[in-house]
Each structure stands twice: as structure tokens, then as C-alpha cells.
Design a binder for this molecule. Structure first.
Ligand code: GUN
Ligand code: ZN
Length: 441
């Protein structure tokens, strides 16, 4: 039960800002403080207020930096840490040429363990304190992932991909083994410490109808487990899906007909949607997930955030490493801004930072635990420095408002702008950076 007090400029969102002048959507405290105890935020206020109720508690002074809720990445592939930046292919060729061969290596426990450490080091270095990951088809990869998350006390979600066709040897399960392995992993990890298991049929192309039935059974038996998959990322993917599922009215109908759409379903990409699919997203409360760096990298297309929001559909935003090109949620917001610009849609920096924190937490049904700096929530915190590089410092000389500072962070920032990261109240960036130096020595 060790208390700590963090001092800095505090920014936390209560709801999605409707525009750049919606000051009621957030709390900003210029000389603020957070009192942390036992991994939780217990008090928030001005430094004077909080220091008065916590005399003698050690203070870490982060002024003039910003304290915000740690970033949340709602779609990322743990076994793709060594796939990121693979040249020249669009989705289906990229999967077959680079991704599937790499994922076969995660059957090996030692490899999966080493990659889990490296993966979470990267997340923390970039200010991401929670993520929703696809692991490989192998239970070993899930065990490595949640073991490492537990060691760090990180709130992490993930699951083994179900895939029983259109993948190489060593990367396929069967409907029964996929069900059995997932059920065993749910029993072992779901709701344990800060871990949640996510039922993960990879996408329609790599699952037979028999496997989709098993995914449906898992989903029905485990209503508190989120579900994640991929939807309408690429035109060739859609055409092949409709060949494999000839009765389906459209791509989303595959998932709909197997009962996989509900309020805790996450559908990566969701770019090329038919009007009926948009209606179904709105009716079921399933969440599309926007992956801008990936969509640009694979040439997949432009996510229609404005159109979906207008229908009351709330989307996540995510890196999608390794088709995504950066672990940084700042860079993800940067590319997201550009994708929306291409469609005449404006993403204000207040909306962007709300999205990567509270908004993503809400999509995961976890906004009462993470994503804000509200007292009573978990102490996952990022410390951001908008003058982290020479170029940023130069630009900051002319910044007059908080919105301008946020936009500079969003457009120019990456892991260098992340000064410190607290995971359940523990300073973790400086710690993992020094262990990486030791490991490299
Ligand atoms: N669709 C099915 N699997 C994947 C994957 O690993 N990455 C991306 N971007 N799309 C997918
Ligand atoms: Zn993905």
C-alpha cells in the first residue's frame, strides 16, 4: 500500500467532444495532481488540494508535461512484431507471404515468451497501457502473452486465433481443437488479474462453417468474453469470402448468421461496407475498429468514420501492427487525421485524444476502469512531452493553446514524446528501457 503523488498538467475526458470548443467534455488542470494508491487513482485535483490531503507522500513532478490516461490499442497482432514493415503486398498476399510463415514460429514456447516481452516493452515505450491482441493459433502464444501481461500487471485482452483452413501446415486448428483450446484458455485467463480472453475467429476466409459454429458456441457460453475478427478490409478478401459463404447476403452476414455480433464485438477495418451492413452494425452495437496506418500501408481503403458516427456506431481506433506501421497511438491518430482529411472529415485533437483513451475504453466496456484519470479507476497513465524533439520544440514556440499542443503531439509525436508510463501505478517506461539496455549489453 504505497502512496505516490504525481504532479503535472492533467487532461482527462468525460465524453466524446462534439467539436474543438466543447470544453465540457474534459477536465484540464494546469497545476494538477493525482494521488495513487495500490495501483488506483484515489484523488485528483489541483496540486495544492491533493497535497493538503496527502501530507508527506512522495511527489514525482512531471511539470510541464501532460498527464493523460494511458493509450488503449483495440486491434493489434502480437505474433507480428517481426512482420511490421514487410514490402510490397496487399492483404491476401501479405498474409500468405509474410504473416502466416512468421506466426508458425509461435508454437515454440521460448520464441513466444521472448516476443511477448519485446511486444509489451514496445507498447509501454509508446505509451500504450492496454491492448486487444490476436495471438497465433497456438495456445503457447496466449500463455506467453498473458503470463507477461500478468508479470507487468497490465490490463490486456487477447485470444488465440481460430483458423482451420486457407493457412499453411502448423497454423491450422480444427473446429473441435479450436473450441477445446479456447475453452481451456478462457478458464485459465479470462478475468484473472487484469486479463480478459477474447474469442478470435481470425476472419471468414480462414474458418470453415463448422468452425464458425464452434465460435458461436464459445460466444454463447461466454457472454463476457469480447469477440474480435476482421471485416471488409480489402476488395479481393470480400470477393473470396462471398465465394466461400455463397448463402451470405454480404460479408457481415457471415458473422451475423453465426451469432458473433453483439456489444462486445470488435470488427477490424470495416472499410468497404454495404448499406445493410451499416444497418446491422447500428442494430447490434458491434464496433468497427479503424486501423489507419495499416489501411494506408496495405492500400486497403479509407475508413468512413463520419458516416458510421452519424449512424450512432462507435468505433475503436488501433495500430494493427504488423500491417500497421507504428506501435504509437500518436502516429495512429496522425494517419487517422489524414485518412479522414481525404474524405473531407475533420478530426479535432480533443476528439483524437479522447478516442485513443476513453473512447477506446468505452468500446471495450472498460471505461469505468481505464481510459480516464477519474478517481476510482486504475492508475494507467502516460506523461507526454510536446517538446520532445528539436522540431517539436521549435513548433511549440508558436503554440498558444492546449489544442495546438495536442495536435503537435499527434502529428509529430511518437515514443520520444512519451516521457513516462505508469502501469497500475508503477513507473514502467524508464524501468523497461533500462532492462532493455541491460538485455542488449
Ligand atoms: N485479416 C486476417 N488476418 C489479418 C491480419 O493479420 N492482418 C490484417 N491487417 N488483416 C487480416
Ligand atoms: Zn488485424
Amino acid at each position: 500500500m504505497t502512496e505516490t503523488l504525481l504532479r503535472g498538467r492533467i487532461l482527462s475526458f468525460h465524453r466524446a467532444p462534439s467539436d474543438g470548443v466543447d470544453t465540457g467534455a474534459y477536465t484540464y488542470i494546469e497545476d494538477g495532481a493525482l494521488l495513487l494508491n495500490d495501483g488506483m487513482i484515489v484523488q485528483r485535483g489541483t496540486f495544492d488540494e491533493v497535497a493538503r490531503v496527502a501530507p508527506g507522500v512522495p511527489v514525482t513532478d512531471h511539470r510541464p508535461h501532460l498527464l493523460m490516461a494511458g493509450f488503449i490499442d483495440t486491434h493489434i497482432h502480437f505474433p507480428q512484431v517481426q512482420v511490421i514493415a514487410s514490402w510490397g503486398a496487399q492483404l491476401l498476399d501479405w498474409l500468405n507471404s509474410y504473416t502466416f510463415p512468421e506466426e508458425t514460429r509461435f508454437a515454440d514456447e521460448a520464441h513466444a515468451t521472448r516476443m511477448a516481452t519485446a511486444f509489451m516493452d514496445q507498447l509501454v515505450a509508446h505509451g500504450t497501457t492496454s491492448a486487444v491482441a490476436f495471438c497465433s493459433v497456438h495456445s503457447t502464444s496466449v500463455d506467453a502473452y498473458f503470463t507477461e501481461a500478468t508479470r507487468r500487471n497490465m490490463r490486456m485482452l487477447g485470444g488465440k486465433v481460430l483458423m482451420d483452413r486457407n493457412a499453411p501446415d502448423g497454423l491450422r486448428d480444427t473446429p473441435q481443437s479450436g473450441y477445446d483450446d479456447s475453452a481451456a484458455l478462457i478458464g485459465k485467463w479470462h478475468g484473472k488479474r487484469r486479463c480478459d480472453y477474447v474469442i478470435s475467429p481470425r476472419f471468414a476466409i480462414t474458418s470453415t462453417p463448422e468452425q464458425m459454429e464452434m465460435a458461436q458456441a464459445l460466444a454463447q457460453e461466454n457472454p463476457t468474453c469480447p469477440i474480435q475478427t476482421h471485416l471488409s478490409e480489402n476488395r479481393d478478401e470480400i470477393a473470396y469470402t462471398l465465394e466461400l459463404y455463397p448463402q451470405a447476403r454480404d460479408y457481415l452476414d457471415v458473422y451475423q448468421s453465426y451469432g458473433l455480433l453483439r456489444g462486445n464485438s470488435l470488427l477490424g477495418h470495416a472499410i468497404h461496407l454495404e448499406p445493410r451492413e451499416v444497418d446491422v452494425l447500428a442494430e447490434t452495437g458491434a464496433h468497427p475498429v479503424f486501423c489507419p496506418t495499416s489501411n494506408l500501408f496495405l492500400g486497403s481503403g479509407l475508413f468512413d468514420h463520419g458516416g458510421l458516427s452519424a449512424r450512432g456506431i462507435s468505433s475503436g481506433i488501433a495500430t494493427d501492427v504488423g500491417a500497421g506501421t507504428s506501435y504509437s497511438m500518436l502516429q495512429t491518430l496522425n494517419e487517422g487525421y489524414k485518412v479522414l482529411q481525404l474524405q473531407g472529415q475533420a478530426l479535432h485533437p480533443f476528439q483524437a485524444f479522447d478516442w485513443a483513451t476513453r473512447g477506446n475504453a468505452e468500446v471495450l466496456g472498460l471505461a469505468d476502469r481505464i481510459g480516464t484519470l477519474e478517481p476510482g479507476t486504475e492508475a494507467d497513465i502516460v506523461v507526454l512531452n510536446a517538446c520532445a524533439t528539436g522540431a517539436m520544440a521549435l513548433r511549440m514556440e508558436r503554440a498558444e493553446t492546449l489544442a495546438e499542443e495536442l495536435f503537435i503531439l499527434q502529428v509529430m509525436g511518437d515514443d520520444r514524446a512519451v516521457e513516462e508510463v505508469y502501469v497500475a501505478g508503477q513507473a514502467s517506461k524508464t524501468v523497461s528501457a533500462s532492462s532493455a539496455r541491460v538485455a542488449a549489453a
